[in-house]
Design a protein around this ligand. Structure first.
Ligand code: COA
Ligand code: AMP
Length: 632
């Protein structure tokens, strides 16, 4: 069946389409129907089914006689080790941790925060929660204590599972002090913590609160899988929005199992037993969906890679991992390939490796620039496939369904809407624009199974953030176009979200931190183009009257403040003091104009600007920071 036929089949009978896809999942009680729209615009999928995510990701493969197949390969150039866990071993570890959590009173619906680096135990922790119906919330290790505290206060976890440390090429990340700091800041206190002691650093445990993972997991009887209702939350994953308050995306269990399983064959075209590698981090949605759940549910071997595309030890690391583990499909962010290309422009290091197992490279997380795609195609000799999705959706909105039909690739386009997604491009008034015209990208409701059902404890914010601007649609926050061939092109965000090395960050959140500096009266953070990371944040601050200290000193303090409060992942290193910010007569800061100035694009003085001479001051401040890089 062609892509067109498959898409048409979904569109003509979504209920039948998704019920058929649901048959590939093992149910404790099969759902009688797919969609429940009685609470629209809040939709649920497979709500009357009963199912367990861990059973589908682990136990069912053991039951089917595949317990000896490797489930997880942990490849860690930063600790110089490779370890493998079979499905049977994964079942044992998961059941024991789940049993211990359960013995400490963690049960259905209780939240558990997981703050861990790229170690297999991070997946064990996620699956152990799923096993007993607890709701995990993984927090990315690059976030500082204060950001972790915000998430603890929102999710109010009964327990936190963390590691003693993470290993970044430049430093050992001391997770335990960050965790202690976060618990101190947070108003909500977890009942207990479980700490994985790593060889590289043993953390001091807080008596009465902290448990050593090994002893803790050994202490209890293994737990069985607890079937949960189809719409029971599997996890909460916080993501950046317009303000500093992160949005807690809620992922219901059954839809996520059905949809992710479907994507493995139809989008990535892998068969059970093959090795799938998503080079991302468990702290992001790509990690949730394609390091942990989808490959395991589908019976694939997943690679947990604790390293970077370059510098661990060199730009040949990816090729080595592909060869050593026989990777069939690699999924990463374009920035990883930009880093490899920068360090090894001719891909000379490839010569030492056999990467013939690789069938395709998938890219997502940020716009895939045609240069990088060309380079990867040329050097790897396999299709390089861009696909577009978001934390909110959990999997591809627009992509190339290679397991159905490999569609012609157009560089700069994420290809076509996946079944389940009715994508429209709208103007400000909510009217559809002509093919090829730019507009806001929206998806007709309901969203398919596997997407978010709401924001944690924030139904009103969910409606206001996504469902209000265009009634009847989900607002993606992305702008772009659909061309004459139906190909989707994602061009930019319509909000204050920027994408730094594939990491989604809020400029509004950074502005909130800067505004907290005692000398700062007002500020703006913009995303400027960067050849490696796609975008970088750049802050411009105006000082309070009487702030007489050296500007350099204040800018340095601002940079340190963002690193301390948001974390190193913000990559906030560009900051300057200016006298005033350009504004419209109604007082709106002209951030878009400043982005153009920084990117060296032509800027027509906005008709609404309060005082055009301010733009000269901004140009001068940007020049000191080295922007624009290449003026046009
Ligand atoms: N825990 C703690 N700190 C982390 C971290 C983690 N999991 N991940 C990143 N950091 C730190 C880095 O060490 C760095 O710290 P520094 O300022 O002290 O050097 C900082 O956060 C910024 O990290 P990053 O933006 O990743 O830049 P980098 O210079 O370390 O690496 C790349 C650049 C391109 C190699 C890297 O970003 C990369 O591998 N990107 C792949 C993209 C990706 O996986 N995206 C996920 C979504 S699919
Ligand atoms: P995240 O929620 O972190 O996955 O980030 C989602 C955002 O990243 C999207 O809303 C887009 O702005 C951007 N993005 C993700 N994938 C792509 C892609 N293939 N092309 C362009 N932008 C993308």
């Amino acid at each position: 069946m062609s892509y067109k036929d498959t898409y048409a089949r979904w569109k003509s009978d979504p209920e039948a389409f998704w019920l058929e896809a649901a048959r590939a999942i093992d149910w404790d009680r099969a759902p009688s129907r797919a969609l429940d729209d009685t609470r629209a615009p809040f939709y649920s999928w497979f709500a009357d089914g009963r199912v367990n995510a861990c059973y589908n990701a682990v136990d069912r493969h053991v039951a089917a006689g595949r317990g000896d197949q490797v489930a997880i390969i942990h490849d860690s150039p930063v600790t110089n080790s490779v370890t493998r866990l079979t499905f049977a071993e994964l079942q044992d570890r998961t059941a024991r941790l789940a049993g211990a959590l359960s013995a400490k009173g963690v049960g259905l619906g209780d939240r558990v925060v997981i703050y861990m680096p790229m170690v297999p135990e991070a997946l064990v922790a996620m699956l152990a929660c799923a096993r007993i119906g607890a709701v995990h919330s993984v927090v990315f290790g690059g976030f500082a204590a204060k950001e972790l505290a915000v998430r603890i206060d929102d999710a109010t976890p009964k327990a936190i599972i963390a590691a003693s440390c993470g290993i970044e090429p430049s430093q050992v990340v001391h997770y335990k002090p960050l965790l202690d700091g976060a618990i101190e800041i947070a108003a909500h206190k977890p009942e207990f913590c479980v700490i994985l002691q790593r060889e590289q650093e043993r953390a001091e445990l807080t008596p009465g609160r902290d448990h050593d993972w090994e002893a803790f997991a050994l202490s209890a009887a293994p737990a069985d899988c607890v079937p949960v209702p189809g719409d029971h939350p599997a996890y909460i994953l916080y993501t950046s929005g317009t303000t500093g308050a992160p949005k807690g995306v809620v992922r219901p269990t059954a839809g996520h199992l059905v949809a992710l399983n479907w994507t493995m064959k139809h989008i990535y075209d892998v068969a059970p037993g093959e090795v799938f590698w998503a080079a991302s981090d468990v702290g992001w949605v790509v990690g949730h969906s394609y390091i942990c759940y989808a490959p395991l549910i589908h019976g694939n071997t997943t690679v947990v890679f604790e390293g970077k595309p370059v510098g661990t030890p060199d730009a040949g690391t990816f090729w080595r991992v592909i060869e050593d583990h026989g990777v069939s499909v690699l999924f990463t962010a374009p920035t990883a390939f930009r880093a490899i290309k920068r360090d090894d422009p001719e891909a000379a290091l490839l010569a030492g490796y056999d990467i013939s197992s690789l069938r395709a490279l998938f890219l997502a997380g940020e716009r895939a620039d045609p240069d990088t795609i060309h380079w990867a195609e040329d050097k790897l000799g396999v299709p390089v496939i861009d696909h577009w999705w978001q934390t909110e959706t959990g999997y591809t909105i627009a992509g190339n369904p290679t397991g159905i039909e490999m569609l012609p690739i157009k560089h700069g386009s994420a290809t076509v809407p996946m079944p389940g997604y009715d994508i429209r491009v709208l103007d400000e008034g909510g009217h559809e624009v002509a093919p090829g015209a730019l507009g806001a990208i929206a998806i007709r409701l309901p969203l398919p199974p596997g997407t978010l059902s709401t924001l944690w404890n924030a139904d009103a914010r969910y409606e206001a953030s996504y469902l209000t601007t265009f009634p009847g649609y989900y607002e993606t926050g992305d702008a772009g176009l659909i061309d004459e061939d139906g190909y989707v092109h994602i061009m930019a965000r319509t909000d204050d979200v920027i994408n730094v090395a594939g990491h989604r960050l809020s400029t509004g959140g950074m502005e909130e931190v800067l505004a907290g500096h005692p000398d700062v009266a007002e500020c703006a953070v913009i995303g400027v183009a960067d050849a490696l990371k796609g975008q970088l944040p750049l802050g411009l601050v105006c000082l309070k009257k009487g702030a007489a200290r050296a500007h350099d000193e204040i800018a340095a303090e601002c940079i340190a403040k963002v690193r301390a409060e948001l974390g190193p992942v913000a990559a906030f290193r560009l900051c300057a003091v200016v006298d005033r910010l350009p504004k419209t007569r109604s007082g709106k800061i002209l951030r878009g104009t400043m982005v153009k100035l920084a990117d060296g694009l032509e800027v027509a003085t906005p008709a609404t600007i309060d005082d055009p001479t301010i733009l000269d001051d901004i140009r001068a401040a940007l020049a000191i920071l080295g922007y624009p890089k290449s003026p046009t």
